[in-house]
Ligand binder design. Structure first.
Ligand code: FE2
Length: 354
């Protein structure tokens, strides 16, 4: 569907189509005209940075070493047996972004893609959900909206983290072969987001599979180059637990989209770049269900080393969106990765700089 469909007089039917697809399938595609040109410039610049920036330049951008969730993140495990752990990342957020120097088009392309294409798509997702909840139960609509409001300013301020991900070329791809001659890039999982927006990456043959093994044609030639994939994450599933989407075609609960990413050995032998936008609630909010205000922060796992867990206990129910962002970034505290921050970043430090 097209982003321009979300205007009157088509607004209502576009919202219906979007919500039916997100609840029924867990994902949908929205086309934003002209986005592919900007995306191409952005991915080319990022790829140049990852492949040609000097170690010193990358080093200067490793602000995670002081607890800042921006800039260059080296691989968790550069020689790892899992390709997912070999990826390099550049992390952006809604504001206070860092941009590597010497890539003049990067900042402009990044801002343009986000402001003209990705954020308007995200806004249509919020708007559609909000309008639907409003029509079934205004209290639910209010509670849903609250998760995205800054409790201090009252402003609508969802958080977003953007990961530019670079998968370095694999030299011995045959060692990673599955029985069916594919190579797994990431194992089956769901995202912890409210929803994720994932534009097309480089590397034409990459495929995404849903839980039944059906191929999601994200990089299929039949799909417009301006289309972006949107899918439901675990947080939205839990926020809307017990509130399915209902229309004349049936009743569909919102479920996090379980996905696996695989590729061919020929494609993983090349460098690959992709950018993902991970949307979440307001940083200061805790997790609670829209239907009954029951807290569900305990679904998120604390993987910190036990000494850190003892030093700064974090009870699941009390988790805020920002606490969870801290818990997700293993390089802040990992005691196994050679690239982890040393000494590890404490939650207190993290909160001071983010
Ligand atoms: Fe994912």
């Amino acid at each position: 569907m097209l982003l321009t469909d979300f205007r009157s007089p088509n607004l209502e039917s576009a919202q219906n189509e979007l919500l039916e697809s997100l609840s029924r399938e867990g994902y949908c595609f929205v086309e934003s005209g002209g986005s592919s040109e900007v995306l191409h410039i952005l991915l080319s610049e990022l790829s140049k940075f990852f492949q040609s920036a000097s170690a010193e330049e990358k080093n200067q951008l490793q602000t995670y070493r002081s607890g800042f969730l921006r800039g260059y993140f080296p691989p968790l495990d550069p020689e790892g047996g899992k390709l997912e752990r070999r990826k390099e990342r550049f992390v952006f957020g809604g504001e206070n972004n860092l941009f590597p120097g010497r890539y003049p088009h990067l900042k402009q392309a990044f801002n343009q893609l986000y402001l003209r294409h990705v954020r308007p798509i995200a806004d249509t997702v919020y708007g559609s959900l909000q309008a639907y909840l409003e029509s079934v139960n205004p209290d639910w609509a209010k509670r849903f909206q609250q998760f995205f409001l800054n409790p201090y300013s009252g402003e609508f301020e969802p958080s977003v983290l953007t990961y530019a991900m670079h998968y370095p070329a694999v030299r011995n791809a045959e060692k990673f072969l599955n029985q069916d001659h594919t190579v797994t890039i990431s194992d089956p999982h769901v995202d912890m987001t409210t929803f994720t927006i994932l534009p097309r990456g480089t590397g034409g043959a990459t495929k995404m599979f849903d839980k039944s093994g059906k191929i999601i044609p994200i990089y299929d030639t039949s799909l417009s180059h301006d289309a972006m994939l949107i899918f439901v994450g675990k947080t939205l599933e839990n926020l809307l637990e017990g509130i399915p989407y209902r229309n004349r075609n049936g009743t569909f609960p919102f479920r996090a989209f379980r996905h696996t990413v695989m590729n061919t050995p020929e494609e993983v032998a090349k460098h690959r770049d992709v950018i993902g936008y991970f949307f979440n609630g307001n940083l200061y909010r805790r997790y609670s269900r829209v239907r009954n205000a029951e807290e569900f922060g305990s679904i998120f796992i604390d993987r910190r080393p036990s000494a850190m867990q003892r030093a700064e206990p974090l009870r699941g129910m009390e988790l805020t969106v920002r606490d969870r962002q801290y818990l997700t970034e293993q390089l802040f505290y990992s005691d196994v990765s050679p690239n982890a921050a040393m000494p590890p970043i404490t939650l207190k430090q993290f909160k001071n700089v983010n």
